[in-house]
Design a protein around this ligand. Structure first.
Ligand code: KIV
Length: 276
């Protein structure tokens, strides 16, 4: 029997127990190396379909496929050992029926080794969430601004400003929790509403552009690190400017190559003693 100590991953029930307690720390990750860098700092790594824009340069998340999510999800699981890993269900992979959602979510779980899936939607997705949870697939919900519905919403904007919209988002939050989601993301939603949802709905809320009162916070790691230069949303705090460091390092390398300062003798393979 191996004596190696296996690090125990943070589980879905561990995350659910954060309700009203210590905030859940969550960041996105799309690759094994990035997952390794983030693993010890966070409770939850989200393999978000934002990878379509951040990694693939797509204009929205709508072009992301199930195969892309599975490849990146598996990489993040391989690159981490501690954080709970949740993988986004991409556009078109779950909205048709609970059966379609189950078939695709089961593939994500089996082929990535993640702990749970995330899907966008509220009251209209409650039946699907209940169907998945009853069959052993933990689900994280996602209400408020839903990037996969950007065309219905008429663009990326904050949600919950009108009374009608606020009531609809509150109903979505209650429906998702009642259906069995262990937690849900509240994105791009006015602060007082996100705070109220957090007070009134009994599962952990994970905010992004929402409220400091949420039970946890999530950001796209590349936004926080200064590695995604296209735009910086209002709700992002930059903790580093790694993109500038990448450009400076590439320029220094280019100078060295052009001046024949790289490679140096220490980077070259010599002949064995006695020569060829
Ligand atoms: O796709 C994603 O990265 C997300 C988070 C921003 C919540 O859904």
């Amino acid at each position: 029997m191996s004596t190696a100590v296996q690090m125990k991953r943070i589980s879905v029930p561990d995350i659910a127990r954060h309700k009203g307690g210590d905030p859940v720390v969550c960041l996105t990750a799309y690759s094994a190396p990035m997952a390794g860098f983030l693993d010890s700092a966070v409770d939850l790594l989200l393999v978000g379909d934002s990878l379509g824009m951040v990694v693939y340069g797509l204009p929205s998340t709508l072009g992301v496929t199930l195969d892309m999510m599975i490849a990146h999800g598996a990489a993040v699981v391989r690159g981490s050992s501690r954080a709970c890993v949740v993988v986004d269900m991409p556009f078109g992979s779950y909205q048709e029926s609970p059966q379609q959602a189950y078939r695709n979510a089961a593939r994500v779980m089996a082929e990535t080794g993640c702990q749970a899936v995330k899907l966008e939607g509220g009251t209209e997705m409650a039946e699907t969430i209940a169907f998945l949870v009853a069959r052993g697939i933990p689900v994280m919900g996602h209400v408020g601004l839903r990037p996969q519905s950007v065309h219905v919403a008429g663009g990326f904007r904050s949600h919950g400003r009108s009374e009608a919209e606020a009531m609809a988002i509150m109903a979505d939050a209650r429906a998702v929790a009642q259906a069995g989601a262990f937690s849900f993301v509240i994105e791009g939603t006015v602060e007082p509403l996100a705070a109220r949802i957090t007070r009134e709905v009994p599962v952990p809320t994970i905010g992004i552009g929402a409220s400091p009162q949420c039970d946890g916070q999530v950001l796209v790691a590349e936004d926080l690190l200064g590695l995604f230069a296209d735009f910086t949303p209002k709700f992002v705090r930059r903790y580093a400017e790694l993109g500038e460091q990448v450009s400076a390092a590439a320029a220094a390398y280019a100078d060295d190559v052009r001046a024949r300062r790289f490679p140096g003798p220490e980077h070259c393979f010599g002949l064995p003693k006695g020569g060829a």
